[in-house]
Design a protein around this ligand. Sequence first.
Ligand code: F6R
Length: 360
Amino acid sequence: GKEGYPHFMLKEIHEQPRALRETWAGLDMDYVSKLGKAIAEARRVFITASGTSYHAGLILDYLLVSLAGLDAHAFNSSEYRKYIKLVKEGDILIAISQSGETIDTLMATRVFRERGAKVLAVSNVVDSTIPRESDYQLYTNAGPEIGVAATKTFTTQLMILTALAANAALHSGGMGKEAYSLVLNELEQAPDLVNTTIINVEARVRHIAGKLAVKTNAYYLSRGIGLPIAMEGALKMKEVAYVHAEAYPAGESKHGPIALVNQEFPVVFTVTDDDYLDPLEGNVMEMTARGAYTIGILPSRHYAKLGKVFTEVIQTPDASPYLLTIIQSIPLQLLAYHTAVLRGYDPDKPRNLAKTVTVE
Ligand code: F6R
């Protein structure tokens, strides 16, 4: 049941501290280490998934390339045919699917295995089809997800994939032992920090949802590791609130998308990567100059520098970018949820969508 919550989506958003705690407890670090070594030694690493799971895949891709220095490439599983000739023995495919049943991801799994790649499945459903047809399996322990929009399965995927990437980086030499331990310690704190985030952002998010509820468009912009989180925020907004939302690298906004921005146009920024603060601030100013309604999701340590440049700020607890991906997902999920409810839609049953897509 919904345990007193009006919708499964809200219940599942609030369940994330528990889902993360149980995922962490269920993670066999010796096995993760074995997989991290295999990834570091692979000829090439492919990552495939659809929808929300694809956004988790983009985070993994970002970390394997930039942290571990590996030749990794993420793609939407429906586009697997492009890579058929490239796949060889010695390659690894990481197939991410909450349900373990998404047909496109299953097809990619089959084709890559036939061509000699090893496949690691990351799923929330033990013994579902994709894990059964794979060489290795890692499971999130989020519990069944009833709402059509993926929430707790996404943040638990991020937890597992970040631990995996850090491990691969340890084996590849991209990361030292001390830095690795810091990442793991942070991930262990995810349940508590997510709990704090849910409590802290709720009122602010409701206020902003009130503004978004009367809009037809929104942009979600970021730089670096924050970009897949912005993409996921835009997907949530589209699918449950039916507000047309698009995500771009903030630097790309100048190359076309900004033409659409006028007075009160909503632009959500996720501020995640410390390396990009100055250019990101420049992008916010460009939007402000056109009268945009800008919303900054930022960790408290950046409040002094960036607190005043946005129309609205959603402050989250401080953490490194590895954990901020998980933390910043929370206000974005809640923003989509509350906007949907204020617009009079049932977020548990988005039109035209099925929980599991079994047709190509
Ligand atoms: C979005 C959503 C979908 C799924 C996608 C993949 O909220 O739920 O985009 O993420 O259909 O599903 P899985 O992870 O089961 O392969």
